[in-house]
Ligand binder design. Sequence first.
Ligand code: HEC
Ligand code: HEC
Length: 150
Amino acid sequence: MKTGLKLIAAAVGLVLVAATLMPGSLRAGDVRSLRGELAIEENNAAPEVHAVREGKPLDRAYRQQPPLIPHKVDRYEIDLKVNQCLRCHDWPNNTRENAPKVSETHYQDRQGNRLDQIAGTRWFCTQCHVPQTDALPLVENRFTPANAAR
Ligand code: HEC
Ligand code: HEC
């Protein structure tokens, strides 16, 4: 009796394995890696470095989007102690530098307490804000904001 059950279990297992290998499911070659058709041990070419599009800010794609940065940032250090973005974007420096002030949300901790300095959750600016550039999307993307889809 026990061996009979084991045989049935093995047969069910085989059917499941066969089903996943059937045509119709995802096949190798359907998925194309962004690094190209290269063997694991080969190096791909260095990706193109896109120049920052300075000047006019690009439109936001949706209301809550962190605005893109319309200037270069490679010289500005951000680490545990230093944040050079604040030299221009923190109040009241922004008035002197004629730069947009960080949003009020950036002075609130995650409990909603209002602070005098930038909240720790907003310290690493480039976690959310990236310089704008004219790069093409890496993969097809049909995203539209909710109000455009209405
Ligand atoms: C020397 C001053 C200065 C520094 C330092 C600086 N910015 Fe700016 N930033 C500006 C000015 C001025 C603008 C307004 C647009 C312009 O004139 O380029 C701006 C625009 C922006 C915007 C667009 C805001 C909007 O509402 O569209 C973002 C986001 C931004 N900066 C983020 C950063 C981040 C992140 C850093 C640090 C990596 C940084 N900035 C460092 C001066 C500065
Ligand atoms: C966790 C993500 C996040 C981080 C980190 C962050 N921001 Fe933002 N930022 C946003 C979002 C989202 C908005 C737009 C919505 C809003 O106003 O909160 C924004 C808005 C802004 C604006 C435009 C304000 C306005 O009134 O138009 C500036 C300038 C800015 N951020 C600068 C910075 C700087 C400088 C830092 C680092 C000190 C930083 N941000 C860190 C998400 C972030």
